[in-house]
Ligand binder design. Sequence first.
Ligand code: PLP
Length: 220
Amino acid sequence: MSIAQNLLSIKATLPEHVTLVAVSKTKPIPDLMEAYQAGQRIFGENKIQEMAEKWEQMPKDIQWHMIGHVQTNKVKFMAQFVSLIHGVDSLKLLQEINKQAQKNNRVIDCLLQIHIAEEETKFGLDEEELSSLLSSNEFQEMKNIRIVGLMGMATFTDNKNQIKKEFTHLKSIFDGLHPLKTVNCKLKTISMGMSGDYKLAIECGSTMVRIGSSIFGGRN
Ligand SMILES: *Cc1c(COP(=O)(O)O)cnc(C)c1O
């Protein structure tokens, strides 16, 4: 099937409250344009440089999501245009995003990445780090970022029960946070689920899925 067909058939299966991020990392602009022509406006990239190049060359009504790990010294290269940063996992990074957003006279939406996988290698905060970040004065004083939800990645495994357990854990952390009331915190999004596990993620409460290979084909 073509990229457009893949995209449309996936979209047809998503409930209305679930947002699709088309993960276009490593893919050339004509591939992204095919998805764009089919109506897609939200694209996810995991390298800031690559995302900035695509942003420069593509239509300006696209929302660019940074889904990869973010190095503090590279925030400035996306601060002007990024629409949502999924992988925020430290106060230090959040401070830099806040600073660069301020320079650009805007507010940048962020998700806090939570470590839900068993693997050591995945980035993210644990529950204790999450609550200490959210209750810190430094965070509460930031005016140019807004935390709009949480993001998590499940363990890379075929064990559906394991994945389900991890997604359910993220959902329960999210639900536990809901009463929080700082101005720069408007929790609404749970970003979880990729090509292999997005259906399960939606069953577990995901409101945003990040799908790459099922739309654009495999990556090298
Ligand atoms: C690459 C990537 C995806 C998409 O993965 P697919 O399996 O190709 O759908 C989703 N989320 C993150 C954080 C990624 O890096």
